[in-house]
Write a protein that binds this ligand. Sequence first.
Ligand SMILES: Cc1cc2nc3c(=O)[nH]c(=O)nc-3n(C[C@H](O)[C@H](O)[C@H](O)COP(=O)(O)OP(=O)(O)OC[C@H]3O[C@@H](n4cnc5c(N)ncnc54)[C@H](O)[C@@H]3O)c2cc1C
Length: 365
Amino acid sequence: MSPASGCVVVVGGGIVGRTAAWQLAQLGLAVCLLDPALAAGPSQGPNASQAALGVLMARVFHRSSGRAWRLRQRSHELWGQWLPELERRGHRLPRRSGLLLLAADADERARQIRLAAERERLGIPMRLLEAAALEGWQPHLPGRPLGGLLSPQDGQIDPGPLLEALLHEARRAGATCCDEAAVALERGRRWRLTLAGGQRLDADWLVLSLGFGTEALLAGIGLALPLEPVLGQALELELAADPGWDWPGAVVWRGMNLVPRPDLGVGGRMMWLGATLEPGRLASPAALRELRELGGEAPGWLRQARLVRQWQGWRCRPAGRPAPVLEEPEPGLLLACGHYRNGVLLAPATADWLRERIGGSETTG
Ligand SMILES: Cc1cc2nc3c(=O)[nH]c(=O)nc-3n(C[C@H](O)[C@H](O)[C@H](O)COP(=O)(O)OP(=O)(O)OC[C@H]3O[C@@H](n4cnc5c(N)ncnc54)[C@H](O)[C@@H]3O)c2cc1C
């Protein structure tokens, strides 16, 4: 690995920016993480990462080759190293392994059978379950699934504590933080940012991980990167009675995630449900109702659950190109944005790509 040198400014402190700042600071670089939301304190601020359910879906992805597959597998591998490392450093990271995909119709079941065979060829553990095997699980699974596909190596993590842990470790590795917004970008001998308070900041390497804000900053130097918002709504629910959870992880039914959160509140009765997929920035009450009722297939225990909290966030989707955008359009200018639906999963592979660009380590980008 060639020695890393220079000063890096990471603009945007969501999951992508924080993971990048942590990893780049560990290379010995002078890293500054810039985000006005950092002033809001733990678990606050208007970033998509705070809205995420934290489902990590790497192994059950519908493809088995190509860039998206490689990024997912690299992230899976790196989270597998980094989460225990963060825990060893004293961070409590609520997480669980296991993802159970339910087959709602014959086409989905056929896809599951194909995927299970494909993963077996790759030596990745995956279990096909017959409908009868699903019947006893408590609380009862939604709908009338034709079967299920259990991926024991996928899972879910609470993004709030993870974000706090990453920021803490980035600082501990030497990154400095600045809670101001970047408002303009200029080319020069180095990259120059103007901050909302008028201050200037120069960087040898500029990482843009500020979600939608990336488009406006780039437009200022004549580069186009159209990004579209796709709104997501999610719910925290408290079940009326002790559900006696024995699900083998989070459950996915017709694209909706049911995430047991027995670690929240008292009595082990909490769960997260999400998320809607709504083009644009306006939340639709009908989409939320559809989610709450699981498209008319919510079991009684779910219908009777008490709404504790609801929230929404905007996923940032690149228009007309695959997500995420990992590009260096000009020397030293690194785009790490547009992660759309899988930013929590893909943050490590993104940081890995940045490490390779800046410091020369291995990468899969
Ligand atoms: C409801 C919902 C559920 C989701 N569930 C999952 C899931 O289960 N699994 C998963 O992997 N992904 C999930 N996602 C997607 C995931 O949340 C995103 O892909 C991810 O959070 C993107 O992270 P990011 O760091 O790129 O962006 P963000 O988290 O949006 O961070 C961008 C940061 O940039 C800052 N910023 C903006 N403008 C400026 C500026 N001018 N100067 C400085 N800073 C600025 C913002 O304050 C913000 O903190 C979900 C998303 C939603 C909305």
